[in-house]
Design a protein around this ligand. Structure first.
Ligand code: GDP
Length: 445
């Protein structure tokens, strides 16, 4: 997310912070560069202009230029201004779905990620808010799309409205409503049909569905990679249908990300979620401070730490930490770390959140190191005995063969795993000496 923009800005700010004293001209020059970076990220011109104006006004005063750390002050001002532009809803992740069953209308162009996002939101509502959720596909022109939603539903354990051939979208919406009431559902998500571009027929169909469903929320799902087009799409849908929020998908790519910055200012509609991958967990609430941090290349340690806390129980973490400090790091620990990595969205999910990791990701990709490798390593550990996991030194040649065969792999794979374990154990030992803080950081990285 925002990699190019982030890189450009960090270049500008590096120069600013290196200079001890700053003149107003220095700030103006830097702001011109920021403006170009924003435009290159496909932020719309008026938004970029207002942004720069606001920053310049605050950053050229003597309070900043004459301060001890002028560069940092400018960055702080840019950060706050970013948060301001990005800000929308106070609690973007909380959908307004009281008074069950609450209808939520999902709209957008075909291929934008609507069906995927519908399922992601359903999963989130179910798991985080304990809601009973029903999903229905209204995409009668594309039977495959209806099937896709049903498959995702099974995968995430969320009910979908049975498909009835030949029914029109309005009739499906009505049936969904009845089913949701009878079945005691808290919320039902209507995945409307998309088209490759906005046309009258699509809009008329979605409007007809909206009129019978009377949705509590209407979320537009748009591809974040499409930049200003995403914003135009949002304006169009809002004018014709009326939307309550936006979900920007594909923010995991190295897209230019300008849509995120322009959306609120131009459409007046808040971004509620961002899609960060194809997996069902790859959805995050859109939190301005966090996003601003990412744009400024500060990495997203907050998100990383929070996710780690969600996935790893504190007690377990503490127990592990104590053992690492004593230099004990066995295969069970390695497996716990690998499992946790997978739960946190795999390599990509984690890397994206760490500062400077975008580049490293590429190297890992090139080296063929991906989630599959992690899964295979977990499989190997799983086929070891309890004793071997606690003490990997027990792994002699014959056992290596057995364990590898058990996991459908080669002895060389086992050797690689053992080597990695040894290296990590050594690193853990070293970090243990640095104390808990260093360890935590190292453990996450
Ligand atoms: P729809 O036509 O709008 O319903 O789009 P789909 O939900 O079928 O998504 C189209 C493709 O985009 C699928 O292959 C999805 O897996 C993929 N996709 C959806 N959201 C994201 C996202 O946030 N990141 C990435 N990388 N892919 C996504």
């Amino acid at each position: 997310m925002f990699e190019n923009l982030s890189e450009r800005l960090s270049g500008v700010f590096d120069r600013l912070t290196k200079q001890g004293a700053l003149s107003e001209d220095d700030v103006r020059t830097a702001m011109r560069e920021v403006r170009v970076a924003l435009l290159e990220a496909d932020v719309s011109l008026p938004v970029a202009r207002d942004f720069i104006k606001a920053v310049e006004k605050k950053a050229t005063g003597a309070a900043v230029t004459k301060s001890v750390t002028p560069g940092q002050q400018v960055i702080k001002i840019v950060h706050d201004e970013l948060v301001h532009v990005l800000s929308g809803d106070e609690d973007p992740g909380r959908l307004k779905i009281d008074n069950p069953p609450a209808p939520v209308l999902m709209v957008g162009l075909q291929g934008g990620g609507k069906t995927t996002t519908t399922a992601k939101i359903a999963k989130r509502l179910k798991e985080r808010e304990g809601k009973k959720v029903l999903m229905a596909s209204l995409d009668v022109n594309r039977p495959a799309a209806m099937e896709q939603l049903a498959i995702l539903g099974t995968q995430i354990g969320v009910d979908t409205l049975p498909i009835v051939k030949g029914e029109d979208p309005v009739a499906i919406a009505k049936r969904a409503k009845t089913q949701a009431s009878l079945g005691g559902y808290d919320v039902y998500l209507l995945d409307t049909a998309g088209r490759l571009s906005i046309d009258d027929e699509l809009m008329a169909q979605v409007a007809a569905v909206r009129d019978v469903a009377n949705p509590r929320e209407t979320l537009l799902v748009v591809d974040g990679l499409t930049g200003q087009d995403a914003v135009t799409t949002a304006e169009n849908f809002d004018a014709r249908i009326g939307i309550t929020g936006v979900v920007l998908t594909r923010m995991d790519g190295d897209g230019r990300g300008g849509a995120a910055l322009s959306m609120r200012a131009i459409t007046g509609k808040p971004i509620r979620f961002v899609g960060l991958g194809e997996k069902m967990d790859a959805l995050e609430t859109f939190e301005p401070a966090r996003i601003a941090g990412r744009i400024l290349g500060m990495g997203d340690i907050v998100a990383l730490v929070e996710r780690a806390q969600e996935t790893l129980e504190a007690e377990q973490a503490e127990r592990m930490m104590k053992r690492f400090q004593k230099g004990q790091f066995n295969m069970n620990d390695l497996k716990a770390q690998l499992d946790q990595m997978m739960r946190m969205g795999g390599m990509k999910g984690m890397m994206g959140m760490m500062p400077g990791m975008a580049k490293m990701q590429k190297q890992l990709d090139d080296a063929g190191f991906d989630d599959m490798v992690i899964r295979r390593q977990i499989a190997l550990i799983n086929s070891m005995t309890k004793k071997e996991r606690a003490n990997p030194d027990l792994m002699q040649a014959s056992r290596k063969k057995r364990v590898a065969a058990g996991a459908g792999q080669e002895v060389s794979d086992i050797n690689k795993l053992l080597k990695m374990h040894r290296q990590m154990a050594d690193a853990m030992k070293k970090m243990g000496k640095m104390g808990a803080k260093g360890l935590m950081r190292g453990g996450l990285g």
